[in-house]
Design a protein around this ligand. Structure first.
Ligand code: NDX
Length: 256
């Protein structure tokens, strides 16, 4: 049966950090080609409806750690921290897999990116789940540690911002519509990438709560992946809407 190989965790986390840097170097200037940054509008082949695409893409990030958690024998009951933290990760991806896709009004998603997205979610789901279920050691009172409590708070705050902002984006369109409008309300009052800001806060909160290398690597990846994307969204809005609110920033309120 499986056991903890610290070398494996170190190697996979380092590779995740390297992928983050690769992602940053590839997409600092040109955004990932999906959503508002995909130029060739009418090429139905090679793309999948947003619903199926987001479901398929994010499913492994829920399934892999959930299976690792359920199938571990003997079951890991102590310490509570490990299961709780693994459940937080699964909770986010339960939302992203089973709730988010069914309400999205997004444009069809490119198959090529979908393929890499699935690979990425398998990889990250395995790394986070494997570490928490097989490797992590926490004292029994980890739940009252300042890192756990403050990290959990940030995680919940970020998740709230992310879900609320994605809801505001969705409401910009009527069903079947694929046009872009100026997002309004919530943190969109301050930044163009409110949903991304939420997601970034969420994963840094998770990293602090788990105090682990894999989780910090993933938070860093998220920052490198959707941080630049927030900036590209911002530029797109400024270019497209002459009446775009001047005081709005890209990602960090009042700053950037
Ligand atoms: N999926 C994370 N790189 C990504 C998919 C692509 O969850 O090979 C990263 C994720 C993957 C990527 C993923 C990882 C890196 C990959 C990449 C493909 C290539 C790349 C694998 C896995 C790669 C290397 C080589 C380095 C390995 O029509 P539409 O879609 O634009 O509609 C949108 C709508 N909307 C509007 N509607 C009306 N008016 C407006 N003004 C609108 N603006 C937007 O709202 C959508 O339906 C919806 C949201 O759009 P948008 O663009 O704001 O968000 P989106 O990027 O689609 O993300 C959706 C949610 C969001 O909450 C975000 O925080 C979260 O998913 N997310 C997204 C990406 C990554 C990620 C989280 C993370 O890293 N944690």
């Amino acid at each position: 049966s499986m056991q903890c190989f610290p070398g494996l965790v170190l190697a996979l986390s380092s590779l995740l950090g390297a992928l983050a840097l690769l992602q940053l170097s590839l997409h600092l200037r040109v955004p990932s080609r999906y959503g508002k940054h995909e130029e060739r509008l009418c090429r139905p082949r090679g793309r999948l409806p947003a619903r199926c695409a987001w479901f398929l893409q994010e499913l492994p990030s829920f399934l892999v750690p959930a299976l690792l958690l359920a199938l571990r024998s003997p079951p890991r009951l102590e310490p509570l921290g490990c299961r709780l933290l693994c459940c937080l990760f699964c909770w986010h991806y339960f939302y992203r897999t089973f709730i988010y896709p069914f309400f999205t009004r997004g444009r069809p998603f490119p198959l090529q990116l979908l393929f890499f997205g699935i690979l990425f979610c398998i990889y990250n789901g395995f790394l986070q789940g494997y570490y928490l279920i097989y490797c992590a050691e926490y004292p029994n009172d980890w739940c009252t540690d300042i890192r756990f409590t403050s990290g959990l708070l940030l995680f919940l705050l970020g998740m709230g911002i992310n879900i609320h902002s994605d809801l505001l984006l969705r409401q910009l369109r009527k069903p079947g519509e694929v046009i872009y409008k100026i997002p309004q309300g919530g943190l969109f009052t301050y930044v163009s990438g409110a949903n991304y800001l939420g997601e970034i806060v969420e994963w840094f909160g998770f990293a602090i709560a788990t105090w682990s290398l894999p989780a910090f690597a993933f938070a860093f990846f998220t920052l490198c992946c959707i941080g630049p994307r927030a900036y590209h969204h911002h530029r797109y809005y400024l270019k497209t809407f002459t009446d775009y609110p001047k005081s709005r920033k890209a990602l960090i309120p009042f700053v950037f």
